[in-house]
Ligand binder design. Structure first.
Ligand code: ADP
Length: 531
């Protein structure tokens, strides 16, 4: 392996002098040495882990070589530019579409000037493959041996299996095609093995690229899943939760739809919590105003669809509440991970209703991540305590060793129940009605009808007082997750409808004496008004 041309002493001196930091965090020094040696690197490091330093520091060391950073959002570019210029004045310029030609040209002449002090250029992905100017300027730098490295920030955006997919990102590969000798540093906080392999292919990383990964564990975040019975209950619970735990701190609530965002924001406001909704129907000026007022802690809660995400750089977000499921557990990790970037204790709460499962299946119908959604549903259905939630998240991120194997901790709001006989009954019922199109609400209704009129399987084992309607839904979702029932999306003129049917495995489950199904179900406690 090529050696790093800088001594550890020199690298550490730069850390202290230019960045005013004392020591490196996990992996930082190794990554910096590897990229300085000219090797391609793929870095998976959790949010707040200190990814920027990985290219800021080499940029300083290698000056007057130039580091080109590709970043997906203007707000991220702005933050990065300010940060770098704070460390080393006038060392960083950006090229974005909104800029006038004059500034553009002035910036380029500063970059071209070897004594101009510029070390880093920030651009959006569009610039990389659309701008001939950028290409010809990079060409000139390359001829003078002044191209230090290419950095691809939030590189998971290139991959369509992950969330935040940006088609433009894949086209960044022209950098490698045009400048094959310049090392690439690809960084992200979120990547499964599949995402990483895809990224490596898309960016044409050399086959021996170095892979660094720090644990995804965020010890300061506390995870929990809370049952969601009705819209009113959730609002009541959210208000109580915010008042009790974070009366004056900023938070985010993620919702399924724009309409939900508006409703939840309005309901929180009615309860005296300053909240604004944020989604794609809101114009750019309003978006900026909401973002800024939240950054200043004037708006306490932003209620948003996932349109509010990438690029949020607020360190003191104390809670992220999910009003509904995310599309994948990885997306949930990423979204909830916007809490507690400053390392202080913060809460991540998922409100889960089994009714949201068909709703979400409808939304992701046709997308490739249906299986990834199953893991999200498992997370919700598991109703784990903090440890169990964390274990499942980390296992999903490919960190089985970090997890507490066999950890069975349950949220104190639920208890584990054996629902085998009820599961068998609902499967039999669904088989009986196999020629009708059964949706989840229809199946529940049919299951809970008066036993006197019901078919034999229900008559012999009615859900009765044993199960609430939402328990019934949870059992059906449990069967979906275990692939005993499968969903089929059908399109009508107005909507997509999810019909349920038994899979071949259902027959053996019904016949088997051994197969068991246990499920955490909300404890039956007398309602006190609070969930
Ligand atoms: P991310 O990985 O989310 O991009 P950043 O690069 O924004 O994280 O860094 C998060 C915070 O950690 C910043 O405030 C940064 O100054 C700080 N940081 C990074 N490296 C170190 C270090 N070695 N020692 C102390 N603080 C650091």
């Amino acid at each position: 392996m090529p050696k790093c041309p800088y001594s550890t002493h020199d690298i550490t001196q730069t850390l202290r002098q230019s960045f005013r930091l004392q020591s490196f965090r996990e992996n930082q020094l190794e990554i910096i040495q590897t990229t300085l040696s000219g090797k391609d690197c793929f870095v998976l490091m959790k949010t707040g882990g200190g990814k920027s330093l990985l290219y800021q520091l080499p940029a300083v060391l290698e000056s007057p070589k130039i580091t080109l950073v590709v970043s997906p959002l203007l707000s991220l570019i702005q933050d990065q530019e300010n940060q770098m210029n704070d460390f080393v004045p006038h060392s960083c310029v950006s090229f974005t579409s909104g800029m006038g030609a004059e500034l553009h040209n002035a910036n380029w002449s500063r970059v071209r000037d070897v004594t101009g002090g510029v070390m880093m250029i920030l651009v959006t992905p569009e610039k990389v493959f659309k701008s001939n100017k950028l290409k010809s300027e990079l060409q000139k730098l390359e001829e003078q041996n002044r191209l230090g490295r290419f950095v691809i920030d939030e590189c998971h955006c290139a991959c369509q299996w992950g969330h935040d997919f940006r088609p433009d990102y894949a086209k960044i590969s022209v950098l490698r095609t045009h400048f094959p000798r310049v090392p690439i540093l690809a960084v992200t906080a979120t990547a499964s093995d599949q995402v990483r392999e895809d990224c490596a292919k898309i960016f044409q990383l050399s086959s021996d690229y170095a892979y660094f990964r720090s644990t995804a564990n965020r010890p300061n975040l506390k995870y929990q899943v809370r049952p969601k019975e009705s819209a009113a209950d959730v609002i009541q619970d959210m208000v109580a939760f915010i008042r009790e735990n974070h009366p004056r701190s900023a938070g985010i609530v993620y919702t399924y739809s724009r309409k939900d965002a508006d409703t939840v924001a309005r309901d929180l406001c009615s309860a005296g919590i300053v909240a604004e909704s944020y989604h794609s129907d809101i114009n750019a000026v309003q978006k900026r105003d909401i973002h800024e007022s939240w950054m200043r802690n004037e708006t306490q809660v932003v209620v948003a669809t996932i349109a509010f995400g990438l690029g949020i750089n607020k360190p003191d977000v104390r809670f992220v509440l999910h009003h509904t499921l995310s599309k994948t557990l990885e997306a949930y990790y990423q979204e909830s991970g916007r809490a507690g970037r400053d390392g202080k204790p913060s809460d991540c709460v998922l409100y889960y209703s089994p009714k949201d499962v068909p709703r979400m299946i409808r939304m992701i119908d046709g997308e490739s991540n249906a299986d990834l959604f199953v893991t999200m549903v498992k997370y919700a259905q598991q109703f784990g305590d903090d440890k169990a939630c964390r274990a499942l998240i980390l296992r999903n991120m490919g960190e089985p060793n970090q997890t507490l194997e066999g950890c069975q901790g349950l949220s104190d709001m639920v208890e584990k129940r054996d629902v085998t006989s009820h599961a068998a009954t609902v499967l039999q019922l669904l088989q009986l009605h196999r020629n009708e199109n059964m949706t989840m609400p229809m199946l529940v209704k049919c299951w809970r009808q008066n036993p006197k009129q019901a078919p034999e399987c229900v008559r012999n084992n009615p859900p009765g007082k044993d199960l609430t309607p939402s328990d019934c839904e949870r059992i059906i979702v449990g069967l979906l997750v275990n692939k005993l029932i499968e969903p089929n999306c059908r399109y009508t003129a107005y909507d997509t409808v999810v019909y349920l049917s038994c899979t071949p495995m259902a027959v053996s489950f019904i016949k088997s004496n051994k197969a068991r199904m246990t499920l955490p179900l909300p404890k039956k406690i007398a309602k006190t008004g609070k969930m």
